[in-house]
Design a protein around this ligand. Structure first.
Ligand code: PCA
Length: 215
């Protein structure tokens, strides 16, 4: 049976939970159109998160990898387009490390693109009433580093795997701790990621529709 690896990240900064892991955990062991979802939690630690991700890929041999992370402040499920080869941490990670302007992979290419059908996923989620959009930057913290590590591993060692990164908004419960932050219920987020998996399984070539923004 086809395996889809969905990863979430442990809580970080001051939050008691991380919705990215709550979503992955809720989907763990469930089937989507003949594929089974396997979930793994990754540490919010530079370097170690990428080692654990590679271990999980090697242990589960997935066809698809969806790495999830929390982006407090985002208003919608954000399907990331590009991972960049830089870490510029605003806060220390859970091991106390705070790299500034260091590459994720020394001598690696400047960037990698997601190999998920990002436009098709956004279209499917919006059609289903789940707020979603393409994001042109996963930031420069742990999630971008994880996304870059994923795409670098795929490029170098696992070209048969398709993968990418999705940032999720915070939940109402967490937003209540951060006044003014937008949120989306965990049930809507779980359904959104399930639908993203279904869409990626069913989509070879991505849709050619505009997902850009003029800022
Ligand atoms: N979000 C952070 C790191 C862990 C997480 O869930 C980020 O966007 O980098």
């Amino acid at each position: 049976m086809t395996t889809v690896l969905v990863t979430g990240i442990e809580p970080f900064e001051s939050d008691p939970t991380n919705p990215s892991w709550d979503i992955a955990q809720a989907l763990d062991g469930t089937q989507v159109d003949g594929a089974v979802i396997v979930a793994r939690q990754l540490p919010c630690v530079f370097g170690l998160a990428n080692e654990r991700l590679v271990d999980a890929i090697e242990a589960t041999s997935p066809a698809l990898v969806f790495a999830l992370g929390l982006a407090t402040g985002r208003t919608e499920i954000s399907v990331e387009r590009v991972a960049i080869n830089v870490i510029d941490a605003r806060i220390p990670d859970n091991a106390g490390n705070q790299p500034v302007d260091t590459p994720v992979v020394a001598d690696g290419p400047a960037a990698y693109f997601s190999t998920l059908p990002i436009k098709a996923i956004v279209h499917a989620l919006r059609e289903a009433g789940v707020p979603a959009g393409v994001s042109q930057s996963a930031g420069t913290y742990n999630c971008n580093h994880l996304f870059y590590g994923l795409m670098h591993h795929i490029a170098m060692r696992a070209p048969q795997v398709r993968g990418g990164f999705i940032h999720v908004p915070t939940t109402p419960e967490l937003a209540a701790r951060h006044a003014g932050r937008p949120s989306l219920s965990i049930d809507t987020q779980i359904e959104g990621i399930r639908l993203a998996v279904r869409t990626a399984l069913a989509t070879g070539a991505d849709l050619k529709v505009s997902g850009g923004a003029v800022h």
